[in-house]
Design a binder for this molecule. Structure first.
Ligand code: GRF
Length: 209
């Protein structure tokens, strides 16, 4: 099953997926395409080193959203994409794309949804809000993408303790290291093994065959 990973930044989640694949932890999946929204994303270096085809698709190079959507759908179709993974992808995905990949597109969000998520909650903002609220536990969530920002069916979550003296940066790092980099490969493996079933907006993880 061909996996396309959409990125915009450092690509540490992409790297976690690549490393998991190299360890044989995603047996039925193959990361065959990386699409970056920015030409300078370090994620592109990671793709290149891993020998994975990569493309840059910049929203601002398209006059209309429909033209951008056509280009993205074309790239994903050429890759015969069975699973789209949003790994820190910062361009809004239109409903047309979401419907084309309904329950075949997953996203990693650095909080325990439904806390600290939705419009405007991305990157360090998420961790600033968690620290400002004084929560003792935060974490990360992998979910299917639907038309509600960070509102799709939840696949996996992992809790991370907040420590005294945490800054948004130290907390972000811990959430990545202890949660994101484990959850995303695991979710990809479950999807590729056909073990994720969506029912009434909730995800059942079927036993391994
Ligand atoms: C991560 O913090 C992730 O939670 C969020 O965007 C960031 C991506 O980082 N979705 P990277 O590009 O994978 O290093």
């Amino acid at each position: 099953l061909n996996i396309a990973v959409l990125v915009s930044g450092g690509g540490t989640n992409l790297q976690a997926l690549i490393d998991a694949q190299n360890r044989g932890e995603i047996p039925n999946g193959k990361i065959s395409l990386v699409v970056s929204s920015r030409p300078d994303a370090y994620a592109l270096e990671r793709a290149q080193k891993a020998g994975i085809a990569a493309k840059v698709l910049r929203r601002k190079e398209f006059a209309q959203q429909t033209a951008y959507d056509d280009a993205l759908l074309q790239i994903l179709a050429e890759n015969q994409t069975g699973l789209v993974i949003l790994a820190g992808f910062m361009t809004i995905i239109s409903e047309r794309i979401i419907h084309a990949y309904e329950n075949k597109m997953i996203n990693i969000h650095p909080s325990l949804i439904p806390s600290f998520c939705g419009e405007g909650f991305y990157g360090l903002r998420v961790h600033e809000a968690a620290l400002a609220r004084g929560v003792k536990v935060t974490g990360a969530t992998v979910h299917f993408v639907n038309e509600v920002c960070d509102g799709g069916p939840i696949i996996l979550q992992k809790a991370v303790e907040i420590q005294a003296g945490d800054t948004p940066e130290t907390l972000q790092r811990r959430v990545m290291e202890q949660a994101e980099w484990h959850l995303l490969p695991k979710a990809a493996a479950l999807f590729c093994a056909g073990r994720l079933q969506v029912e009434n907006g909730r995800v059942n993880i079927r036993e391994a065959a």
